[in-house]
Design a protein around this ligand. Structure first.
Ligand code: PHE
Ligand code: NA
Length: 454
């Protein structure tokens, strides 16, 4: 017992507040911000959807993020052990460790398709650099993306590359691997993003982009839009994916969870909005369709770059940025499994990476084949990839979020959560939100999803 309850040794703690912010922001900022946010905003008509999304982040996302980091820091181990430790501390059933497990498994499943999509991003760096998209027509760019998806070997190649880079970082440990990677990559990501915003300003359509993002037209909003916004709030803040809980376990006691969580939330939202400010002006400048779905980044945007001066160069910068963002998230998606294996079986990080990487790689083949040889093998009309995406974003993350809210707000003592988060008005706001607002909102979302209401 005492073994598990001991704090983490120094080499298993972040160097400080800033490092934790960079790592957790690295986890949050990813394909969700730059790929998913713009295309779902485009599909759901812009401004009104963005407003609902912002409300979801503020009212449900942030309190849950604080709760998850807090559980990790107090539990001090991988999500499964942390939950077991806290279940013991608050004298409730040991089955609460399943909540930790859910996080580890969700992270694992998400990563198995995340590496494949991140692989598209990396391959697009080279394609843009070669000038393939320069002046290309819509059909040509579309055909190119179609060819990539139809070629399992290419998808395996790029996805494996992403997985190997991720494992190389994670195998080196918290300080040598994770910290060094995020310290180098996160500032770079922000610089690239700002360069691209500057580029979007030269299109002459910047205001039109802003208008689309921020001028709400509520007639475009449907019940589904609200669900999509809420689901995306979970995904984008990495809630219940295991990563935030694990990163919280490396957080020194003196760091304020509330302040850091708010910073992470602001940065994540900023990146999503800035990505929109890059993409929509380019789309409008070329008379393209903002609601083109998942292909927005891989077909619509390259068409836009291809029509513009220096488009090849800025396209390359764009896909470098996307790849960096995806890598720092991928790290946080496998870290919970690696932490669990090293702490459960006392094996080295290297072996844990090798083991989990292998399982992950095999699983990722399912996503690869969803786009070609298994394209027609569907379950409820969804491919293997579609099922994974739907299960994780639509069910596992919100379910994990629901139980995190219940555990933090109702199982943990008020004294304990005050110890972790500090007293005051901010605490009371958090406390009532996590007890009442968050669980109710998530349950309403579930009832709607299974068709009971709405
Ligand atoms: N937040 C990441 C993104 O927006 C995805 C993610 C989900 C990462 C869950 C970790 C855990 O791309
Ligand atoms: Na995100």
């Amino acid at each position: 017992v005492s073994q598990e309850l001991k704090g983490r040794p120094a080499q298993l703690q972040w160097s400080g507040r800033l490092t934790f912010i960079l790592a957790a922001t690295g986890s949050a900022v990813g394909l969700g911000n730059i790929w998913k946010f713009p295309y779902i905003t485009g599909e759901h008509g812009g401004g009104a959807f963005v407003l609902v999304y912002l409300a979801c982040i503020l009212v449900i996302g942030l309190p849950l993020l604080m709760a998850e980091v807090m559980i990790g820091r107090r539990g001090k181990q991988n999500p499964a052990n942390s939950m077991a430790n806290l279940a013991r501390e608050f004298k409730v059933s040991r089955h609460w460790r399943l909540l930790g497990w859910l996080g580890v498994v969700s992270g694992f499943l998400i990563l198995s398709f995340y590496t494949v999509v991140a692989g598209w991003a990396i391959s697009y760096i080279f394609i843009s650099a070669q000038g393939v998209f320069d002046g290309a027509s819509g059909e040509q760019v579309g055909a190119h993306f179609g060819q990539l998806l139809a070629d399992p070997w290419a998808l395996i190649f790029w996805g494996t590359l992403v997985l190997m880079i991720t494992l190389l970082v994670v195998a080196r440990g918290v300080k040598q691997g994770l910290e060094k990677a995020v310290n180098a990559m996160m500032p770079g990501l922000f610089v690239l993003l700002l360069v691209l915003v500057g580029y979007a300003m030269t299109t002459g359509y910047f205001m039109q982009g802003l208008n689309f993002l921020f001028n709400p037209d509520f007639s475009k909003l449907s019940g589904t839009s609200i669900l999509v916004a809420l689901g995306h709030a979970f995904f984008t803040l990495s809630i219940a994916g295991g990563g935030m809980m694990t990163y919280g376990s490396y957080l020194p006691q003196k760091v304020s969870i509330a302040k850091t969580a708010i910073t992470i939330g602001i940065l994540d939202t900023l990146v999503a909005l800035l990505a929109g400010m890059v993409i929509f002006p380019l789309v409008f400048a070329n008379g393209l369709e903002p609601g083109s779905g998942p292909g927005l980044l891989f077909v619509t945007l390259p068409i836009a770059f291809g029509q513009m001066p220096f488009g090849g160069l800025f396209g390359m910068i764009f896909f470098i940025m996307l790849s960096v963002a995806a890598l720092t998230s991928a790290i946080s998606l496998i870290e919970p499994a690696v932490a669990w294996m090293t702490e459960r079986y006392r094996i080295s990080r290297f072996k844990a990476c090798l083991g989990s990487g292998l399982v992950m790689w095999v699983l990722s083949l399912g996503t690869v084949f969803s786009f070609n040889i298994w394209e027609r093998h569907t379950l409820f009309g969804k491919t293997f990839f579609g099922v994974l995406d739907y299960l994780t974003s639509g069910w596992f993350l919100p379910l994990g979020g629901l139980f995190i809210a219940i555990f933090a707000g109702r199982v943990m003592s008020r004294k304990a959560t005050e110890e972790e988060l500090g007293k005051g008005l901010g605490y009371r706001l958090w406390y009532y939100t996590i007890r009442y607002v968050s669980p109710v909102a998530i349950v309403v979302m579930f009832l709607n999803a299974i068709g009971v209401i709405g």
